[in-house]
Design a protein around this ligand. Structure first.
Ligand code: KG4
Ligand code: ZN
Length: 351
């Protein structure tokens, strides 16, 4: 079975083709991605209307690229998949509209996929795919969740952020430090050369006794700390402080976020008795998080799986993959009703 998948939930247009195999996980034949980051940078964040218009511009050329890369024609496609939610409504509608129009024209069935299920299953695209069951730490721009995963579609929510997501904590703190959107990777790069113990920032809900997260207070603490540093130096703005001050505050912020993510993941593993951890979503690309999780999990004989670095952030491959795995598991059938809708808000554990 050949699945063509579309991702357009936020600021990346992704298209991919995967093929199921008689045994093992489906194979990625080709994928193509266009990131709108540069376009949104001028505004300091994603502008939804611009995102939708740009998805329209990119989606068909990317589809051609994927067909060429896979050496397949549209007529050979068995199922067309798209991200149905969560995400920006207008942006989602572009992928959904294109997928359903294409499927209708080809007379092939269509399947709407949950974006976070795509992230969750993205480590299956790696050389060393995980085995069920596992604990998943889902850390994207909008979500921070710990899940128990017993199989495709068998997801139990163990804990989640009650306010900002870890990705938001990275991005908002970065913005306070004057770093360009999306600040997460920039803050991480800066922090890698700073002193993580320079400033004592809070570790929210670290000892809450449950698996929930809260990151909203952290950005306030970063703001207060940066104001103190500006006042102490008699400077006009944070940007005017020496480079080392930037590095140290970035390192301290990163350390606070990573420590909470690592400790809560270890608690989830202990509570469930599972010995496999899957980390997915954009923040899963963070090197510091990977190093600390690897070290702590090695001590406990827990295997950790990540998506390939370039598939941590949004892409079409994870959507085509999630669709193929859902279909293969018999959990869901693709539909020939082309009356589509999108779900901007859609909890993963409710699917
Ligand atoms: O999963 P994703 O691409 O988009 C959503 O579905 O939300 O995640 C994007 C998030 C952003 O908050 C971005 O700043 C963060 O992932 N991110 C990182 C890194 N790379 C991406 N955060 C920390 N360190 C990184 N290396
Ligand atoms: Zn995402």
């Amino acid at each position: 079975m050949l699945v063509l998948g579309f991702e357009s939930s936020c600021d990346e247009t992704g298209v991919a083709m995967v093929q199921t195999r008689s045994q093992g996980v489906p194979e990625l034949l080709a994928h193509a991605l266009y990131s709108q980051i540069e376009m949104h940078q001028a505004y300091g964040g994603v502008v939804p209307e611009l995102a939708s218009r740009d998805h329209i511009r990119r989606v068909l050329p990317l589809t051609q690229e994927v067909l060429q890369g896979a050496g397949r024609s549209l007529e050979e496609v068995d199922v067309v998949a798209f991200t149905r939610g969560p995400g920006l409504a207008g942006a989602l509608l572009v992928g959904a509209g294109v997928a359903c129009a294409l499927a209708a024209a080809l007379g092939k069935p269509v399947l709407g996929v949950h974006h976070l299920e795509g992230h969750l299953l993205s480590p299956f695209l790696s050389e060393d795919p995980p085995e069920f069951p596992f604990v998943a730490l889902l850390v994207s721009g909008g979500h921070t969740q710990l899940m128990r995963v017993d199989g495709v579609g068998r997801y139990e929510l163990l804990g989640e952020s009650i306010d900002d997501a870890a990705g938001e904590a990275f991005d908002k703190s970065a913005k306070l430090m004057g770093l360009a959107y999306p600040g997460g990777p920039a803050l991480a790069r800066l922090g890698d050369t700073g002193n993580p113990k320079a400033y004592a920032l809070p570790r929210p809900l670290l000892h809450s006794g449950n698996l929930d997260f809260s990151f909203a207070g952290l950005k306030t603490a970063v703001l207060v700390q940066s104001q103190k540093m500006v006042a102490a130096a008699g400077a006009a703005r944070f940007e005017d402080l020496p480079e080392q001050a930037h590095r140290d505050l970035a390192a301290s912020t990163q350390a606070a976020i990573v420590e909470v993510l690592v400790k809560k993941s270890l608690t989830a593993l202990k509570q469930t008795g599972l010995s496999r951890l899957v980390v997915a979503g954009g923040v899963g690309a963070n090197r510091n998080l990977r190093t600390q999780l690897n070290a702590e999990c090695a001590k406990r004989r827990v295997r950790v799986h990540y998506p390939e670095l370039h598939l941590c952030t949004d892409n079409g491959a994870m959507i085509a993959m999630a669709a193929a795995m859902r279909l293969q598991s018999g959990l869901q059938q693709a539909s020939t009703s082309y009356a589509f809708d999108v779900k901007p808000r859609w909890p993963l554990h409710s699917i």
